[in-house]
Design a protein around this ligand. Structure first.
Ligand code: AMP
Ligand code: MG
Length: 406
């Protein structure tokens, strides 16, 4: 059996950023840029007024704070228009926010500091050169690299790309992911259960885990524990970039997934990780497809996804940061560990000042899905101890961005 770290290393060794695709800028939220974006022109493209008011020569306003200065309005420039005339001494141009500065003007007096006086204006405030002027290129200069390959596209990146007239961005493709659940006991969620049957939850929880990283995975259905049926669904799943099966990877008499993987030419990279839950995890590759066989126990499936599948998906999407941050946390209860494997305990986490505290979410069986509900993080109880005691420090990964405030 190998460690979690070793298993993750083996998985990530097979994952690489997928080839880029051009996508309409509005569709790129959450994608990772595959190419730098260089500004084709300055933003703003021209000097313009930051206020509704009057463009003036700053020198003409000297002393206006004590005694208003009367200037002749030579013209009006709404946003989207350009002044026709050059501004001369003793004149003002009525100007709207965003309109280009007239030639000869070097400052703007906001309308609140003026008084109307027919075809003249009374300026009641002295301004300096540059007051309320937004200068060409003050946001972006032509030729600046404003977005970088590897950046994750957020709303501001989309806005910036739009402001530079970029209709498309080159971003990494998202992996196509197939999910198959195996087990003759499984029925779909809209069916009633007969004795011995349970509902398929893994396909749904893992599809949602995919959705959390921005991937719409496909549920291909349930394969009963029978070679032919398992083979048919796995074969279909191998046509995707990633195939995730759940169940059927232990040593039970009807656990066929590994056999069928072998038959289908999946090259095994690992089987069994020294962790609880999740020990029977199997991982391999066929062609360009990463093939994960996570154990069927609902918590084992989700934890395996979290620790191994998620970083692989993020890598394929081009992300550089694929692991969640880890913290040192003080555990608030005794957690025995007699398994000889790292125990992955689901916890509620809270921060007090700069210290983290963690408490388990309750019974921690591999099948107890409620232990994942409301879990903020995972705590790793080392294998080489008999467990940890309340007050000990442990390693913790947060599953949410937002910490619960104590
Ligand atoms: P297995 O890994 O196939 O031995 O399954 C381990 C346990 O997980 C069994 O109790 C299964 O009934 C349960 N299980 C397997 N697949 C699923 C699933 N898709 N949804 C919910 N429970 C499952
Ligand atoms: Mg099974």
């Amino acid at each position: 059996m190998i460690t979690i770290e070793e298993a993750r290393r083996l998985v990530l060794a097979e994952a690489a950023a997928l080839q880029p695709e051009e996508l309409a800028v509005a569709e790129t939220l959450g994608r990772v840029l595959a190419r730098d974006v260089v500004a084709p022109h300055a933003i703003p493209p021209f000097d313009n007024s930051a206020m509704d008011g009057f463009a003036v020569r700053a020198a003409d306003t000297t002393g206006a704070g004590e005694k208003p200065i009367r200037l002749r309005i030579s013209e009006t420039v709404p946003a989207g228009h350009v002044a026709r005339l050059e501004l001369n001494a003793g004149e003002a141009v009525k100007i709207m926010t965003g309109a280009p500065m007239p030639r000869g003007a070097d400052a703007v007096v906001e309308v609140e500091s003026t008084e109307a006086d027919g075809d003249h204006v009374l300026i009641c405030r002295q301004v300096d050169v540059g007051t309320s002027v937004r200068f060409a290129g003050e946001d972006v200069r032509a030729g600046d690299t404003v977005l970088h390959a590897g950046d994750v596209v957020g709303p501001a990146e989309i806005g910036l790309a739009a402001s530079m007239g970029q209709p498309v961005l080159l971003v990494h493709r998202r992996p196509r992911v197939a999910i198959v659940s195996t087990g003759s006991e499984l029925v779909e969620i809209d069916q009633s259960i007969a004795p011995g049957q349970i509902r398929n939850s893994n396909s749904y929880s893992m599809q949602a885990q995919c959705r959390e990283v921005g991937i719409d995975a496909e549920r291909l259905g349930i394969a009963p524990d029978e070679r032919g049926a398992t083979r048919r669904l796995l074969e279909k799943g191998l046509g995707y970039d990633v195939l995730i099966t759940s169940g059927g990877v232990s040593v039970g008499e009807f656990d066929f997934v590994k056999d069928v993987q072998d038959e289908l030419g999946v090259e095994r990279k690992l089987w069994q990780v020294a962790m609880k839950p999740g020990k029977p995890l199997v991982f391999g590759v066929r062609g360009g497809c990463l093939v994960f066989g996570v154990p069927g126990n609902p918590v084992a499936a989700m934890v395996s996804f979290e620790l191994f599948v998620r970083p692989a998906l993020l890598t394929m999407m081009g992300h550089r940061k694929v692991l969640r941050p880890t913290y040192r946390a003080i555990i608030e209860e005794d957690l025995p560990n007699r398994h000889g494997r790292v125990q992955v305990v689901r916890v509620r986490a809270r921060r007090v000042g700069d210290r983290w505290y963690a408490t388990s979410t309750g019974p921690q069986g591999s099948g107890i899905l409620r232990s994942m509900v409301n879990a903020d993080g995972l705590v790793f109880v080392p294998a080489d101890t008999h467990g940890i005691k309340a007050g000990d420090e442990v390693e913790m990964t947060l599953l949410r961005d937002e910490a619960r405030e104590a």
